[in-house]
Design a protein around this ligand. Structure first.
Ligand code: FE2
Length: 156
């Protein structure tokens, strides 16, 4: 069985904005998980799950991104917000088409090409401005327990 990941995350994909990079890795993880099942010819069984995860995770991610872009006074904010709204709509149509045609590859191909272009091109355009904004904030307050290496310290 070939267990290679469809999208291999590397530092090249990072924008240098911790919360955004972390969420982007989460999105890539869902895409890679769907790819795993498509490769096993079981994509159809996981289409609804993958769509539900992508839909809710994407909304959380876009809200985070738009919060930062607004706070950083990103001049292209409304265009970027429009890209996000289009993705939410298009993702729904592609997932519906994939379900109707029993072809999970349609949704997978769409997710892969949209997200790689968005992370590596469109999001890169705001990286410097948001990095600059974050640099003015100092350390963010963290919940009780604070920062841990893996975020799992104390978990049994
Ligand atoms: Fe974005």
């Amino acid at each position: 069985m070939n267990c290679a990941l469809l999208i291999e995350w590397t530092d090249v994909n990072s924008l240098g904005i911790p919360i955004i990079d972390d969420q982007h890795r989460g999105i890539v993880s869902v895409i890679n998980s769907l790819a795993f099942f498509v490769h096993q010819n079981k994509g159809e069984y996981f289409l609804n799950t993958a769509f539900a995860m992508m839909d809710s995770y994407t909304k959380l991610h876009f809200s985070t991104e738009e919060e930062l872009l607004r706070a950083a006074a990103y001049p292209n904010f409304s265009n970027h917000q429009r890209l996000h709204a289009n993705l939410i709509r298009e993702s729904f149509f592609k997932a519906s088409e994939a379900i109707r045609l029993h072809d999970s590859g349609i949704y997978l191909d769409f997710l892969k090409s949209w997200w790689i272009a968005h992370i590596n091109k469109q999001d890169r355009m705001y990286a410097e401005i948001v990095q600059g904004y974050i640099g003015t904030l100092g350390d963010c307050d963290l919940p009780a327990g604070g920062r841990t290496a893996a975020g799992l310290e104390g978990a049994q």
